[in-house]
Design a protein around this ligand. Structure first.
Ligand code: ATP
Ligand code: MG
Length: 654
């Protein structure tokens, strides 16, 4: 029976999670122990046994990629049709569905960044702030809204939470109050407002709550350690008086408490749900024993209550791998060059580039590594897979592929036939085997087409009989689910964005004081959060792990930096020597102005170049959310009355 097969790939504890098809269930476990796997199999088992209808499940994850992977894994397990979304995307879809009927009037415009409105609010209060202060105040307003503190409670809340203030606390509270006033006057909605308003609509309109609760009866939340009070409020509103909720998380991976998230919801789950089934997982299926040992070492030194209460030592299951490599360099260019050289060596040894990642603390660190990888001829992923199916080259390729499928271009039906046909069609759109020189739009276009070519290879490997019609069907299904194929290239990502993911080889770079921990981490709690970020980074590696730092920023730089304090006691006595300087100072590819990684406008202001994006663009991109935003905007523009969102396919909401 298919349902039994779903259980076969699990160990006894994971199996206990999957078999507890009705909540409340809480899984508290370390990185790589199969939490995400356990909930995926649990959903599949519940739907395949018929206990739960797929459309009654709402699985909430924190990133689009995680949501996409969950949907893909469920499809592979034979259980499609489950809603897997981020909190914001789920809320926005519900809100836009109910808006015309229960709120009415002009829908608000959604603002993706607060900074403009904060600047207006400060001006209206006759307060003069620089851009950095305005940005920090915007961060404070976000924190206050996420933790559910109104402007009048803000000063008191700040005192209890011992937050570092960008300006006088009374002034911040005034700007916050004015921000809310202007926001209402201008009919704007910010990200927190989206969740707040959805919860309010459900609370105030019983028939809406009844409809949503009829639609969704089973809730699953991954990465529950990073839930914030506002998200918790929304989740409680969705649940009503039911408790069919399964949460999984790892307190040692709490990395969003600076924005108001709290692991206490995970740690105190049984207090709220006394009859909850609690499962602990300790076997680490992801990483080699060498990586696991280092991860245990880093988190063993962690301080704080959660760390004390939950040691969560990992027990390695995989065979031995190489020892983690610690490297010190004179400057960042030397570090980037050597990381690129080692990444190339791995690729030459047969590790696919997409199974390699370079992870850093702040996005401004990315550029040096991009240049070094480009110079070493290593493909890398420039901007992730955001909005993949909306990229013009992907649209064009899909149209060509549809045409070819209709014309019956795919005469052969073995796997090589599919690969050759897809490559032939893609070459018509400008694809060639070799990546173009340099970076930018041409490079990015090639990456998209290469991802489609790779997808054909993957599909042919899974099913040698697959032909072009099957390939096109897969593309259409993926486009509907916004599930981008993996781009062929080394991933460059921040530690925050790497959460939940894994690679065969991981390079953790720039591990110096001031960057990790970040310079503005001042309180012991903030420093602990930085340590957890390192733990998250280390535990992304399956086999090869490199940790590196540079003593000065640029060649010949006089300011000496110290390796991250978190490495104290962990670095072995002997380290790889810094390679000779060679001609690296000469090497800097000529480039046009650096583009914003969100909107791709050329960046001119130094602060923006440092950030890698326009100051007004969102820091963390969330593909699913941006799509939902686009939907919303489209609806506002078209003044559509009832949008037909896939989220409510059930007859109750027709
Ligand atoms: P994180 O805390 O980083 O989110 P996680 O606990 O969610 O990690 P998963 O991503 O579910 O862990 O699993 C880690 C890796 O181990 C995955 O590659 C997964 O397929 C594999 N894995 C998990 N459980 C098993 C198992 N029982 N047998 C074989 N492989 C497993
Ligand atoms: Mg996970």
């Amino acid at each position: 029976m298919q349902a039994e097969r779903v259980l076969a790939g699990l160990d006894p504890e994971q199996r206990a999670v999957a078999e507890a098809v009705q909540g409340p269930v809480c899984v508290l476990a370390g990185a790589g122990t199969g939490k995400t796997r356990a909930i995926t199999h649990r959903i599949a088992y519940a739907t395949l046994t018929g206990v739960v209808a797929p459309q009654r499940v709402l699985a909430v994850t924190f990133t689009t990629r995680a949501a996409g992977e969950l949907r893909a894994r469920l499809r592979q397990l034979g259980a499609p049709g489950v809603q897997a979304r981020t909190f914001h995307a789920a809320a926005l879809r519900q809100l836009s569905y109910f808006w015309p009927r229960v709120v009415g009037g002009e829908p608000p415009k959604i603002i993706e960044s607060k900074i403009g409105l904060v600047a207006d609010a400060a001006r209206a209060c006759r307060l003069a702030f620089g851009r950095t202060e305005l940005r920090d105040i915007a961060g404070e307003i976000e924190w206050a809204k996420v933790t559910q503190h109104r402007p009048e409670d803000y000063a008191g809340a700040v005192a209890t939470a011992s937050r570092k203030m960008p300006a006088d606390v009374v002034d911040v509270a005034r700007v916050y109050a004015m921000y809310e006033q202007l926001r209402r006057e201008r009919n704007l909605l910010d990200f927190e407002g989206m969740l707040e308003l959805t919860a309010a609509v459900l609370t105030e309109h019983r028939e809406v709550a009844a409809q949503v609760r009829e639609q969704y009866r089973h809730f699953v939340v991954d990465e529950f350690q990073d839930v914030n009070p506002l998200q918790k409020l929304l989740l409680d509103t969705w649940l009503g008086d039911r408790d069919d909720l399964c949460v999984v998380g790892d307190p040692n991976q709490t990395i969003y408490s600076f924005t108001g998230a709290s692991p206490s919801y995970l740690l105190d789950f049984t207090r709220e749900h006394p009859d909850a089934k609690v499962v602990k997982l300790v076997r680490d299926y992801r990483s080699s024993p060498q990586v696991v040992r280092l991860a245990n070492g880093v988190i063993g030194l962690a301080r704080g209550e959660a760390a004390r209460r939950h040691r969560l030592e990992l027990v390695a299951q995989r065979p031995d791998g190489p020892d983690p490599v610690f490297s010190e360099y004179d400057d960042e260019i030397a570090e980037a060059d050597d990381v690129a050289r080692r990444a190339r060596k791995l690729v030459e040894e047969g590790v696919p580039a997409r199974r390699i990642a370079v992870l850093f603390r702040i996005n401004a660190q990315s550029e040096t590594f991009e240049s070094a990888l480009a110079a070493a001829g290593v493909p890398y992923v420039l901007r992730g897979a955001e909005r993949f199916f909306e990229r013009p080259e992907v649209r064009e390729a899909v149209i060509r592929l549809r045409g070819a499928a209709r014309a019956g271009a795919d005469a052969e039906t073995d796997g090589t036939g599919l690969i050759a046909t897809v490559r032939h069609v893609l070459s018509g759109a400008g694809f060639s085997d070799r990546p173009p020189e340099g970076s930018g739009a041409v490079r990015s276009r090639w990456e998209s087409l290469a991802a489609l070519a790779q997808l054909a290879e993957d599909i042919a490997a899974d099913d040698p009989r697959a032909g072009l019609p099957e390939f096109v069907a897969e593309l259409e299904e993926r486009a509907a689910a916004q599930h981008a194929p993996p781009l062929e290239g080394v991933t460059l990502a921040s530690l925050h964005a790497a959460k939940g993911l894994e690679w065969d080889a991981v390079f953790l770079v720039g591990l110096v004081e001031g960057t990790l921990p970040i310079i503005y981490a001042e309180t012991p709690e903030q420093v602990e959060e930085e340590r957890r970020l390192l733990y998250v980074g280390i535990t992304r590696a399956r086999e090869h792990l490199s940790l590196s730092w540079a003593l000065s920023r640029s060649p010949g730089g006089s300011r000496r930096r110290r390796p991250s304090r978190f490495l104290d006691g962990l670095t072995p006595g002997t380290m790889t020597p810094t390679p000779a300087r060679a001609d690296r100072a000469k090497r800097r590819p000529a480039k046009g102005p650096q583009p914003c990684r969100v909107c791709e406008r050329p960046l001119t202001a130094p602060i923006e170049r440092k950030l890698g994006r326009c100051e007004d663009c969102p820091a963390e991109l969330n593909e699913e959310l941006l799509l939902a935003l686009k939907d919303w905007r489209g609806r506002v523009a078209a003044d559509q009355k009832i949008p037909a969102y896939v989220v409510f396919t059930d007859a109750t909401l027709q």
